[in-house]
Design a protein around this ligand. Structure first.
Ligand code: SF4
Length: 337
C-alpha cells in the first residue's frame, strides 16, 4: 500500500543543515497499523509529515528517497497533484486538535469544505452544500459525537479536547482515505479519552479498511493499536518488527532502554524503571557511526566509526546494531530474550 524508501529530509537553520531524517525505509501493508516510536526530535513526525510533503519548501529539502502510494511516487507529484492526495487518499490527525481546526469556522463547514473539494454524489454529480452537510452530520455520528445535528453548526471552542480530536478524525476520514497518519493523536488528552480515540481509530479501520501510521512516544499506545513497529533514533530506523518482536524479542539496546523506561504494563517487571542516560545526537553534525553510540552501554569502537548495517533476525524483524554482527565478541541480551 505505502512504501517509503531511503527517505532523507533536511531543514536549513541558522545553526546549519539539520539532517532530520537519514535514510528511512518503511512499509505499510493494506489495512496494517504501523507505529513509529522514539523520543522527541528523533525524526518520527518529520518522516510522517514528509509523506504528505507538508513542510515549508523554503527551509526543507527532500534530499532523496521515494514515497510510493500504490506504486505512485508522491515525491514526484506537483503541488497541485499533492493537494488531491492530501485528505483524499491520505488523511492526517495532528497532535493538537485546536491548531488543526480553524477557530473561525464551524466544525461542520470544515468537514463540508473537504467533502466539496474531493467527493461526489452516488451518481457522480458534484455534491451540493446540503448533501455535504448531511454527510458531515453522518461523519460526526460515526466519530460518536453526541447530538451531531447541533454540533455540526458549532465552533471548535464549544468542544472539549476529546471532542475536538473526534472532529479532527471526522475531517481526516471524510473522504475515506486509504491511509490515515496520526501524529501523537492522544498526547494532549487524558487517559480515558486517549483510549476512546484509539478505539475510534480501530473502528474506522474496520469499517473503512484504512491503513494507519501512528506516531507516538508512548509504548502503551503502541501495544493498544499497532501491528508492526518501527523504532527510530537520531533520524534512523534502528529496529522494526511486529509488536511481539519489539516488546518480547527486542534486539537493539535503544529498544531495551525504551522498554525499561516505560510503565510496568509493558516493561520487564523484574527491572526497576530507569531512564536512558545522556541526550540525543545533534543532527546538524550527526554521528558517522551508530546514532545511539554515545548513550549505549555496549558501544564499541566500530559503533563510533561505522553505521551498522541492517540485520534480519526473522521475517520482518530487522535491527541495526553491531552486536548482531557474527564477529562481535560480546552477546548481551535483554532478560527473557
Ligand atoms: Fe550500541 Fe553499538 Fe549497537 Fe549502537 S551499534 S546500539 S552503539 S552496540
Amino acid at each position: 500500500m505505502l512504501e517509503v524508501n531511503d527517505l532523507r529530509v533536511s531543514f536549513h537553520s541558522y545553526a546549519g543543515e539539520v539532517q532530520a531524517v537519514r535514510g528511512v525505509s518503511l512499509t505499510l501493508p493494506d489495512e496494517g497499523t504501523l507505529a513509529i516510536v522514539g523520543e522527541s526530535g528523533c525524526g518520527k513526525s518529520v518522516t510522517a509529515q514528509s509523506i504528505l510533503r507538508l513542510h515549508d519548501t523554503e527551509y526543507t529539502e527532500y534530499k532523496s528517497g521515494s514515497v510510493l502510494l500504490n506504486g505512485r511516487d508522491l515525491m514526484q507529484l506537483s503541488e497541485q497533484e499533492m493537494r488531491e492526495v492530501r485528505g483524499n487518499e491520505i488523511g492526517m490527525i495532528f497532535q493538537d486538535p485546536m491548531t488543526a481546526l480553524n477557530p473561525t469556522m464551524t466544525v461542520g463547514n470544515q468537514i463540508t469544505e473537504v467533502l466539496l473539494r474531493h467527493e461526489k454524489g452516488k451518481d457522480g454529480h458534484k455534491l451540493t452544500r446540503r448533501e455535504a452537510k448531511e454527510r458531515a452530520i453522518e461523519l460526526l455520528r460515526m466519530v460518536k459525537l453526541p447530538n451531531p445535528e447541533q454540533r455540526v453548526d458549532q465552533f471548535p471552542h464549544e468542544f472539549s479536547g476529546g471532542q475536538r480530536q473526534r472532529a479532527v478524525a471526522a475531517i481526516a476520514m471524510a473522504c475515506s482515505p486509504q491511509v490515515l497518519i496520526a501524529d501523537e493523536p492522544t498526547t494532549a488528552l487524558d487517559v480515558t479519552v486517549q483510549a476512546q480515540i484509539l478505539d475510534l481509530m480501530k473502528e474506522m479501520q474496520r469499517e473503512k479498511h484504512t491503513s494507519i501510521i501512528i506516531i507516538t512516544h508512548d509504548l502503551g499506545v503502541v501495544a493498544n493499536i499497532a501491528k508492526t513497529v518501527a523504532v527510530m533514533y537520531g533520524g534512523v530506523i534502528v529496529e522494526t518488527g511486529t509488536v511481539g518482536d519489539i516488546f518480547y524479542r527486542p534486539r537493539h539496546p535503544y529498544a531495551w532502554g525504551l522498554l525499561d523506561a516505560t510503565d510496568k504494563a509493558v516493561r520487564d517487571k523484574s527491572k526497576p524503571l530507569k531512564s536512558i542516560e545522556g541526550t540525543p545526537p545533534d543532527l546538524v553534525k550527526p554521528p558517522v557511526g551508530c546514532p545511539f553510540a554515545d548513550r549505549c552501554e555496549y558501544a564499541m569502537q566500530v559503533c563510533k566509526d561505522h553505521m551498522p548495517q541492517e540485520t534480519e533476525i526473522s521475517e520482518g524483524h530487522c535491527c541495526r546494531c553491531w552486536l548482531l554482527d557474527p564477529d562481535c565478541p560480546v552477546r548481551p541480551r535483554r532478560k527473557g530474550v
